[in-house]
Design a protein around this ligand. Sequence first.
Ligand code: SAM
Length: 472
Amino acid sequence: MYNVMSPKAEEFISHEEILESLSYAEENKNNRELLEQILEKAKLRKGLSHREAAVLLDCELEDINQEIYALARQIKQDFYGNRIVMFAPLYLSNYCINGCEYCPYHLKNKHIARKKLTQEEIVKEVVALQDMGHKRLALEAGEDPVNNPIEYILECIHTIYSIKHKNGAIRRVNVNIAATTVENYLKLKEAGIGTYILFQETYHKESYEKLHPTGPKHDYVYHTEAMDRAMEGGIDDVGLGVLFGLNNYRYDFTGILMHAEHLEAYKGVGPHTISVPRLRRADDIDPDVFDNGISDEIFEKIVACIRIAVPYTGMIVSTRESKACREKVLRLGISQISGASRTSVGGYVEPEPEEENSAQFDVSDNRTLDEVVRWLMEMDYVPSFCTACYREGRTGDRFMTLLKSGQIVNCCHPNALMTLKEYLEDYASKETREIGDKLIEKELDVITNPKVKEKVVDYLANIHKGERDFRF
Ligand code: SAM
């Protein structure tokens, strides 16, 4: 029903509409009456249009900006509570035939060590990730139909799901690979992926084409329509993203919201997540052309405004960002973070020798997972290793229904506490375990349904005795 007459990329990301929205935002950035009206609408927690959100992003009135941040924090709290979902990226292959100017995997980079994991190496990488406590991965690969064809990606997914090691098992595999065909998305769906993630990099067609001068990724329309094809292939949960720092951030902020509106209107469900990667220095990338692009202050404002504009969409920040920056954006809307990430192929088993330089970019947060988990708990967050929704078939609009029902406290919260308990029992240091056990005790009070609470107490005791994988 939703596929009928779906508009094309250049219609749903209309350049003219973005330019008009940006002029409207510029004209109204000090228009108190309008800004207050938009904030009133935002307080209904039903989201904002891209035009309205663009005005908030540009707002220059200090008191209104403070209200924007306060509302973002409140919406984050109301929709996601204090749970933070944990994941790790797994780099499968850095072979790539594209010419992305900002990415060290680009074909012309001849001094990067090209690597592709064999299935045996994948087992070792995944065991290393499981031994840290990870349950959710995001697979990353360059685009290369010869070295990394879809069959390779599917084989990797199959290998990962079949690894059983001590108490570990990867329970959800998300995939971040290049735009592909409906047939291939169908295959990814059948392989049991969680979210299909693809960053648009920039919605500005002209810049996009310059930044991707060669290779299949050069095709702006094919790339921009990838999520429509993914959904046609049956993938319910898709993750959008823009690489902030490549292009005008106001343009891309508006573009990503228009993309979300398009998916909602024509596919019946908006994006499951929005990622906010910021450009990092990397091998063979000119730091004078590509630096960090946007300031921390603007980055924080973007996170807050996305939180308000699409309250039902999870938001992801990676270890591209420092501990200090992550701390700030966690409050403003981020609901998922990576921990202890390695961005080189094979990097979890063997940290890469300096001269090989195959990492995709430098990470800013180098802490271990135990340190990240403890840090979160010390700030009263509940690190969650939950993968239940996807495994219980609560994807796409069924997940959104749960989110909208307000029953999250009796579903996600118990799942978060139980998966945290597993982590504490199996992987945490003594100090982290002590903090975690106290936190779980306190957080039981968030569960409002007494029957659910009783069950959770029971399950937690069973987890302590060695049983695993309880979920609602
Ligand atoms: N090859 C796939 C594609 O082209 O979409 C996806 C995998 S790529 C490993 C994942 C993402 O890394 C890219 O979409 C891009 O946004 C990001 N990336 C590339 N170069 C980067 C850099 N220098 N700093 C930060 N992120 C970067």
